[in-house]
Design a protein around this ligand. Structure first.
Ligand code: NA7
Length: 544
């Protein structure tokens, strides 16, 4: 007789997605367990406690929209800061009551498929954690959750304090990061992605001296944050159903739609007027709510790029410095950081930019950083150097599927192949919420993942009702999907630029070639595909 697993489903990760997935599957009466590497819930918002960390999605569009109560949470700002997001998640957790089903301090080291018994064995870091078996498991491990640090010589010899933004120390007993006393300190920040930009603009007024080490400049847009008053919150609550329905129609699950006209064909005066209006809007509106051809047509992209260059140059006093802050790639082709006074930061006397395109970091010393040009002393070094994006969190688990095949090796050798980004062939009963080729990463993440999470809820209803024990994608679907992701991605200009969107990371071996890791067909199209599969009772999958 086949061995019975300890659980029907194990959810890996107690971030915003894992908690919701656990709740949904538990409601179905399944035997569900959650495991989480950290000691608490919150995922990204639990770890990224660096100064200035905040939402780039509108506060009311980011969270759990299945609950009107939770949407009505009294957010204080249009884009709330990390402690407030984490407080919200703790409040939501209490409502969902999922903490009791998670094992914390439990990091999955290895997952092995047992085809004979149709179950997975999960093994954990540490000797005190017994392995568990489960029929299915869901990786809710985050797309941007495996931090990476450059392998500088001497990195362990630095005598000051060094932090990665995504591993910021915590303030005891709260939702915030440790309050570092920056006054009188000489601080280095390495990296100018979304995290680096938020840190730099926040700490610059506090520190004695700030040196920013920038390799690739980014096109940063004004966030235009503002307090959310009672009236606005009341408006959000009153229009709850309309807002939820509207977000499902927008390309990225944000509170704006793309303009269904081409910038390249627009009369110049109309185009400039529209770009000005878009530029005055908060958040990603200029990037993901602008003309539909800006990210796919070179002429349109050049117009938006020129417009943005002027905007940025006007904010920087020294134009030689501005030359270094203006990217060489077109506008919006890498993730656009949102900023508040970022460019003005460089007008300050205590802030200096070191372009790593002109000089290189040779080593970290006991007292600071040595470049090819000079030796600089620091009290604190902040690594805002990003993540092994999209692949990293999954690849850090040794996943062994059918015929002893390793998922990491399969992806390295054959390229990523999935169906809808949720399953990879040869790895039955494993579902991914934030791995490669999902429609969830190039998106307001919780909006898009919630569609997948609810869809998995439907699939597991059938699994429960029919006592199914094995789900795998069909080869032809996998071929089609991987091709579809490639085709759509190659129609965009993203494909021509190095960034985490294209899987490039100089700090990870084997990540110097561009690949298709994102589905860029948009949230509505992705939801349609999910709906088609569920309408067809998930027959697109092999089910047994
Ligand atoms: P990002 O966007 O990956 O940014 C990392 C930054 O660190 C970026 O400027 C990198 O330069 C820089 N970096 C990384 N490695 C090095 C080395 N070895 N030398 C110099 N500079 C380096 O990470 P974030 O945390 O800012 O944001 C990630 C996402 O999280 C963000 O997009 C949001 O979606 C949330 P590079 O560009 O590689 O030249």
């Amino acid at each position: 007789m086949a061995k019975q697993p300890d659980f029907d489903v194990v959810i890996v990760g107690a971030g915003i997605n894992g908690m919701y997935q656990l709740r949904i599957l538990r409601e179905l009466g399944l035997r569900v367990k959650g495991v989480e590497a950290s000691d608490d819930i919150g995922g990204t918002w639990h770890y990224n406690r660096y100064p200035g960390c905040r939402l780039d999605s509108e506060s009311h569009t980011y969270g759990y929209l299945w609950s009107k109560d939770l949407m009505g949470f009294p957010f204080s700002e249009r884009y709330i800061s990390q402690p407030e997001v984490l407080r919200y998640l703790h409040h939501a957790e209490e409502k969902m009551d999922v903490r009791k089903d998670f094992l914390f301090n439990t990091r999955v080291r290895k997952a092995t498929w047992d085809g004979e018994n149709r179950l997975w064995t999960l093994e954990f870091d540490g000797f005190d954690k017994p392995a568990m078996t489960t029929r299915f498991w869901i990786a809710a491990v985050g797309a941007l959750s495996a931090p990476t640090i450059p392998n500088y010589q001497g990195i362990h010899t630095f005598k000051g304090r060094m932090f990665h933004t995504a591993r910021w120390p915590r303030q005891a007993g709260g939702f915030e990061g440790e309050k570092i006393d920056f006054a009188g300190k000489r601080v280095a920040v390495i990296g100018t992605g979304a995290s680096g930009v938020q840190v730099i603009q926040t700490i610059a007024p506090e520190v004695k001296e700030l040196v920013v080490f920038q390799r690739t400049p980014n096109w940063c847009m004004p966030l235009r944050n503002a307090p959310l008053g009672d009236d606005e919150l009341e408006g959000i609550r009153a229009n709850y159903d309309e807002i939820v329905a509207y977000l499902k129609t927008t390309v990225g699950g944000f509170a704006f739609s793309m303009i269904e006209r081409n910038l390249a064909e627009e009369p110049e005066d109309v185009a400039l007027g529209t770009l000005e209006k878009l530029h005055a809007l908060p958040g990603f509106a200029f990037w993901l709510g602008g003309y539909q051809d800006v990210l796919s047509d070179k002429k349109a992209n050049a117009i938006a790029t020129e417009f943005m260059e002027k905007k940025i140059r006007a904010r920087i006093a020294d134009q030689t410095l501005a030359d270094k802050l203006i990217p060489a790639h077109g506008f919006g082709l890498r993730r656009v950081p949102l900023e508040t006074g970022y460019y003005e930061t460089y007008n300050r006397d205590n802030v200096r930019l070191v372009s790593l395109l002109e000089t290189a970091i040779e080593r970290i010393t006991q007292t600071g950083i040595r470049t090819t040009d000079e030796e600089l002393e620091f009290d604190i070094i902040v690594m805002a150097t990003g993540f092994d994006a999209i692949l990293g969190a999954t690849n850090r688990i040794e996943i062994i599927g059918k015929d002893g095949r390793s998922l990491k090796k399969e992806w390295e050798e054959k390229g990523v192949r999935t169906y809808l980004g949720v399953q990879s062939p040869g790895f039955p009963n494993l579902f991914m919420l934030s791995g490669p080729q999902t429609g969830n990463t190039f998106c307001n993440i919780p909006r898009c993942t919630s569609a997948t999470i609810e869809w998995l809820g439907e699939m597991f209803t059938r699994i429960r009702d029919e006592n199914l024990t094995c789900i795998e994608p069909r080869d032809q679907q996998v071929d089609w999907w991987s091709q579809e992701c490639d085709t759509l991605f190659n129609q965009t200009l993203f494909a021509e630029t190095d960034s985490w969107f294209t899987g490039i990371n100089s700090n990870v071996e084997g990540r110097s070639t561009r690949s298709t890791l994102l589905y860029v067909g948009g949230y509505p199209a992705y939801q349609d595909l999910l709906r088609q599969a569920s309408a067809n009772r998930f027959e697109v999958f092999e089910m047994a």
